[in-house]
Design a protein around this ligand. Structure first.
Ligand code: PLP
Length: 385
């Protein structure tokens, strides 16, 4: 029995995701309040240093969101009007919006049907003399093919900005996602493994880019000023992450290892319970390589029917994004994106919260099997503890 089992009742609501805050976050917030320094400060620096240490990178810059992390990364690279940035068609729209906000053109490419991540061949074909960057996205924590993408990008002198918003501490071929490219971006919004409510991070090993990021996130100052007679050598924004948010982040970091372990256990239960189904296929993770299944996703023949029936049983999933080429700012024809057009309609995130017990996950699987017409053996619910 795992630690979450004692909360299991026969028909409780099973959410797709839910964040959790512990005692430590309350205590650390109290300390920030007592210090009367609520703005970005030493607690934010501590949060950045701890994340840099865990990710094995020289620099980590905390910002207000994953979207701000992507925007700042592209802006720091000098991406502006007239430039093109290559983005996979199946991602959260923030990836593309960050490019648009820089004034550059989003060039969408199709996905690989097995991983749902950017197809490296499609990336290569989309390169033009105006291509300045590519943003591979590690959807659900599953690594895009970084070997192939890095090799193509290097040969064409294209900067790689990884969107690792969903891939904190997930590794691809033994190397942590977000640390393969020139810059890696993370999100701490409420449905991520650790959250600061909203929040984000850029990591890099490039010291010049680091200085630039620090300036850009704080009105052009490279180090904290007074707000008065400071020097502002360049134009910048205000994307500072406050001590209050960082206090929550530091508390959440203490829970990270346990959460990473738990989400791997959840994936293992799903994998064993759902193997052999014909109309629903779990999308695999390379866990031996260090991939972390932040969210468990499946391809279902009748995705919407399955989702509706699970909802009737108070089990809540999340349907995949519409492909970006179907969203008004990025309209293009389905024919250019056969894989994302077909798979986005079939892809579903199953309940994946680290707060779920094994019994919760088994109940989801039994409902799925019943919906799909598979015989479901009588189940004993462990009510001990
Ligand atoms: C793939 C992807 N990119 C970017 C983002 C944007 O992050 P945020 O919501 O923190 O701005 C998210 C998260 O929501 C995401 O899932």
């Amino acid at each position: 029995m795992n630690v979450n089992d004692k909360k299991t009742t026969a028909k409780k609501t099973i959410n797709w995701w839910q964040p959790q805050v512990g005692e430590l976050e309350h205590q650390l917030i109290e300390e920030v309040l007592a210090s009367n320094y609520l703005n970005e400060g030493l607690i934010t620096e501590k949060f950045e240093a701890e994340l840099a240490r865990r990710l094995g990178v020289r620099h980590a810059v905390a910002v207000t969101s994953g979207t701000a992390a992507l925007y700042l990364s592209l802006y720091a690279l000098g991406i502006r009007q007239g430039d093109e940035v290559i983005v996979p068609d199946l991602t959260f729209i923030a990836t593309a919006n960050a490019v648009t906000m820089c004034g550059a053109r989003v060039v969408l490419v199709d996905i690989d049907p097995d991983s749902l991540n950017m197809d490296p061949g499609a990336f290569e074909q989309a390169i033009t003399p105006r291509t300045k960057a590519v943003i591979p996205v590690h959807v659900s924590g599953r690594g895009a093919d970084m070997q192939a993408i890095m090799a193509i990008a290097r040969s064409k002198e294209i900067a790689v900005v990884e969107d690792a918003a969903e891939a904190l501490m997930s590794a691809h071929k033994g190397k942590l996602l977000g640390t393969h490219g020139r810059l890696g971006c993370f999100s701490f919004s409420a449905n991520k493994t650790i959250t600061t409510g909203q929040g984000g991070l850029v990591v890099t090993n490039d010291s010049d880019l680091h200085t630039r990021l620090k300036q850009l996130k704080d009105q052009g100052r490279a180090s904290r000023g007074t707000g008065g007679d400071d020097l502002h050598p360049v134009v910048g924004f205000n994307f500072k992450l406050t001590n209050l948010q960082a206090a929550v982040g530091l508390g959440q970091l203490q829970l990270l290892d346990g959460r990473l372990k738990r989400i791997q256990e959840i994936y293992t239960v799903y994998k064993s319970e759902l193997s052999g189904l014909t109309k629903i296929k779990i999308i695999g993770f390379n866990t031996e390589d260090g991939e972390i299944p932040q969210w468990v996703d499946v391809i279902a023949e009748d995705r919407d029917g399955l989702d509706a029936k699970l909802t009737e049983s108070d089990i809540h999933c999340r349907r995949f994004w519409h492909p970006l080429h179907t969203q008004k700012p990025y309209l293009s024809s389905d024919g250019n994106f056969p894989n994302s057009s077909k798979l986005s309609k079939k892809a579903l995130w199953l309940p994946s919260a680290f707060t779920h017990s094994d019994n919760d996950i088994k109940r989801v699987c039994e409902e799925i099997k019943a919906i799909e017409g598979h015989p479901v053996p009588a189940r004993r619910i462990d009510r001990s503890g």
